[in-house]
Design a protein around this ligand. Structure first.
Ligand code: HEC
Length: 145
């Protein structure tokens, strides 16, 4: 009997801990995307010649973008479709398709990082363009303006 209640308590506590308030879940995800956007812009600035090329710095930018891609994968918990979010409700109705787009984009980001590591500007430019397309593809479908 004791054991049963112990397990029940554990389950309840575990559930409560897993539940993040909606507002925080939205802010968390937007923060990750914000950083992703910032570091994509920094890479773009180097491609456009507005910022000097520095291999180590460029790699760091690409690494952060990849890392943020890993963060957003788990940043769409059920119920976080309300409040100050630009995430469209379709995401939760089409979660498989949405996740597919996230994985596709993540694979482009991995390729971008690998490209940055080659130090070849033409490769970097091409991979950056592909990665940006994967961002836009999802935004067009699942993000409000
Ligand atoms: C699979 C879908 C998907 C992909 C891929 C994606 N995004 Fe987004 N992005 C979203 C959604 C949904 C939001 C809205 C989040 C919210 O408001 O809760 C968003 C929001 C943003 C924001 C606004 C963040 C803020 O300050 O509120 C930026 C910037 C952004 N994304 C950049 C990018 C970049 C750069 C890429 C590609 C490297 C990318 N996104 C790829 C779905 C995606």
């Amino acid at each position: 009997m004791h054991c049963f209640f112990g397990i029940l308590l554990l389950l309840v506590a575990g559930h409560a801990a897993a539940e993040v308030p909606v507002e925080r879940a939205v802010k968390y995800r937007q923060s990750a995307y914000y950083l992703m956007g910032q570091h994509m812009s920094r890479i773009n600035a180097v491609i456009k010649g507005e910022m000097p090329y520095n291999k180590a710095l460029l790699e760091k930018n690409a690494e952060i973008v990849v890392m943020m891609g890993g963060v957003v994968i788990d940043a769409f918990p059920a119920g976080s479709d309300s409040g100050a979010t630009k995430a469209m409700p379709e995401i939760w109705r089409e979660m498989d398709k949405f996740r597919q787009l996230m994985h596709e984009s993540q694979s482009e980001l991995d390729k971008l990082l690998a490209g940055v590591k080659t130090g070849n500007m033409a490769t970097i430019e091409e991979r950056f363009s592909e990665a940006s397309k994967s961002c836009k593809k999802c935004h067009d479908l699942y993000k409000t303006k």
